[in-house]
Ligand binder design. Structure first.
Ligand code: NAP
Length: 255
């Protein structure tokens, strides 16, 4: 399914940095911001994917492993729109959860966003305008079993986003979370296999009985639909939306 770009957004003269922009939601965000005229900095651990997206968007590829916090500190700081998007998932019961995977997920999904916010805020404050959009999840608001590291990191990201909103309020900077349910991306494809193993059921059953179990609308969200919400948050009428957590979850958290 293709999603039309309906939000009227002009980001000419603005620089946007998107993490995890080589794939899935991040790629869709990079494409959407580039379509609005932004210069896009495409950050991803996968150098080939970063270069491909940079070529497609007229942007700049900056390959980086966000679990290396020194590498995060060295990313470009002159950024007007920051999209904290990169993420990964590990599915395991708490009693068996690998400690090193827990630490890795906190670094990539909670600590790196903190370092990036700290890095780009001085530029945003100087220009009196900035948009920080954190791609959180329903798992920033509620929990699911077997996802201890991911749920913890997303809850941390929610807190960071709210503090950023409070501190940036007087300086023209907004900070918000987008909280998707399941989006059709490679991350979800990997989870389907993981959930099938944990629950001992077929991968085909995972989508209906586990992934979309709590969704009122039984559909996967498209990456471009998340990107369109991001686009709206960068428009002038969205200037008073800050510290918010906006779900796009097919009614999952309405229960
Ligand atoms: P994806 O397709 O796997 O894309 C994530 C990107 O981040 C990949 O290009 C990945 O590179 C990159 N990445 C992973 N670890 C990294 C690291 N250490 N340093 C730099 N880049 C790294 O995932 P997605 O589904 O688009 O997810 C994007 C964000 O949306 C994540 O924060 C996720 O939690 C959130 N989200 C997704 C869903 C969903 O259903 N898909 C729902 C809610 C929230 P590699 O592929 O090379 O590892």
């Amino acid at each position: 399914m293709t999603t039309a770009q309906v939000v009227d957004l002009d980001l000419a003269g603005r620089t946007a940095l998107v993490t995890g922009a080589g794939s899935g939601i991040g790629r869709a965000c990079a494409e959407r911001l580039a379509a609005a005229g932004a210069d896009v900095v495409v950050v991803d651990i996968d150098e080939r994917a970063a270069k491909e997206v940079a070529a497609a968007t007229g942007g700049r590829a900056v390959p980086a492993d966000l679990s290396d916090l020194d590498a995060v500190d060295a990313l470009p700081a002159a950024v007007d729109v920051l999209v904290n998007n990169a993420g990964l998932q590990v599915v395991a019961p708490l009693t068996e959860f690998p400690a090193h995977e827990y630490s890795l997920i906190q670094r990539v999904m909670a600590e790196a966003p903190f370092r990036l916010v700290k890095l780009v805020l001085p530029h945003m404050y100087e220009r009196g305008w900035g948009r920080i959009v954190n791609i959180s999840s329903v798992h920033g608001l509620i929990a699911s079993p077997f996802k201890a590291a991911y749920v913890s990191a997303k809850h941390a990201l929610q807190g960071l986003s709210k503090v950023t909103a409070l501190e940036g309020a007087a300086r023209g900077v907004t900070s918000n979370c987008i909280n998707p349910g399941f989006v059709r991306t490679p991350l979800v494809d990997k989870q389907i296999a993981g959930q099938a193993a944990v629950h001992g059921i077929d991968e085909s059953e995972v989508i209906g009985t586990i992934l979309l179990d709590r969704a009122a609308i039984k559909e996967l969200v498209e990456p471009a639909e998340v990107a369109e919400l991001l686009a709206y948050l960068c428009t002038p009428p969205a200037r008073l939306i800050t510290g918010a957590s906006i779900t796009i979850d097919c009614g999952w958290t309405a229960h």
